[in-house]
Design a protein. Structure first.
Length: 304
């Protein structure tokens, strides 16, 4: 058995253990089902697994809407005991109570389906939003105390799924994801890329001084594929360990394009999210997968 060198802690009842553990050095699942396979993360995971020769079944919302009343029964009928299930479906980002409750109903359907038909391995795509803010780099053992509805949703789902009792359960918590195919156009590298491609100015909040960690979509998908291939359990953050300001990100996008783009600023209407600083310690990733290396923002944008 391969074991990531992360100091384990005793998880509260109903929460997953933090230490990432590999059940196998090379595990090939009979089949992988992906909930949310048409989404930003789910579609990329699907491509990575197919490229590795894994049998993958995509379940986009158009084929299985987890909000439907019969979703749990329909999902249970599709599952097999030796399946790996990747849960990447969400109504996100969560902006109000209605969206929060809808996401919890979706998780409830998955839990009910697993109670009818357990699977060999469950991988849940969560978010770094579950963590409390801290001045030191966050890691997998950092306290989970979300300050946003989006973080509350993911943490509640994590606990619900852990209580569903999957034989092998892994949680992946990405930080801000960028790269081709992002449908959200959220503030950050993807929005900046879209503006530059249209020849439009980039508008920063404040002076763009807020510093965050940005992870490329292909790195997230690569990690999920590795977790699947090792039947890993526990928790893993998908974060590079490098923080850059939004101004730096905008300047990097502009310099990579050779376009004449103006950077404007807009006064903030409130405090900076996370106090303007959200660093991560990527040590657990490197210990679990020594041959893996995160892209720098410059490298990721060059390939976008």
């Amino acid at each position: 058995m391969l074991r990531a060198c992360v100091t384990p802690r005793l998880a509260p009842e109903g929460e997953p253990d933090v230490a990432l553990v590999h059940a196998s050095s090379q595990y090939r699942p009979t089949r992988v089902l992906i909930l949310g396979s048409a989404g930003f993360v789910g579609s990329s995971v699907l491509r990575h697994l197919e490229a590795a020769g894994v049998t993958v079944v995509g379940l986009p919302r158009t084929d299985l809407d987890l909000s439907d009343a019969d979703a749990s029964d329909r999902l249970a009928s599709l599952l097999r005991p030796d399946d790996t299930l990747v849960f990447a479906a969400a109504d996100a980002p969560v902006k109000n109570n209605k969206m929060l409750l809808n996401n919890l109903r979706m998780a409830e359907a998955v839990c009910a389906a697993l109670s009818q038909q357990p699977v060999a391995h469950l991988v849940y795509i969560s978010s770094d939003a579950v963590y409390a803010d801290a001045p030191l780099p966050l890691d997998e053992e950092s306290p989970t105390s979300p300050s946003s509805l989006h973080g509350v949703m993911h943490l509640a789902r994590e606990v619900m799924l852990a209580n569903a009792g999957p034989a092998a359960f892994c949680i992946v918590r990405p930080t801000l994801i960028y790269g081709p195919g992002d449908p959200h156009n959220g503030y950050g590298p993807n929005q900046f890329l879209n503006l530059v491609q249209q020849g439009l100015p980039i508008t920063l909040f404040g002076e763009g001084e807020e510093r965050r960690d940005h992870v490329h979509i292909d790195d997230v998908a690569d990690l999920v594929a590795r977790i699947v291939s090792h039947q890993s359990t526990g928790v893993l953050n998908a974060a590079t360990g490098n923080v850059v300001s939004f101004r730096e990100a905008a300047e990097t996008v502009i310099s990579a394009s050779s376009a004449e783009i103006v950077i404007d600023t807009r006064p903030r209407s409130g405090p900076m999210p996370h106090g303007g600083y959200r660093p991560f310690d990527p040590g657990a990733t490197h210990r679990a997968f020594p041959d893996f290396a995160y892209r720098t923002l410059t490298e990721g944008l060059a390939g976008a």
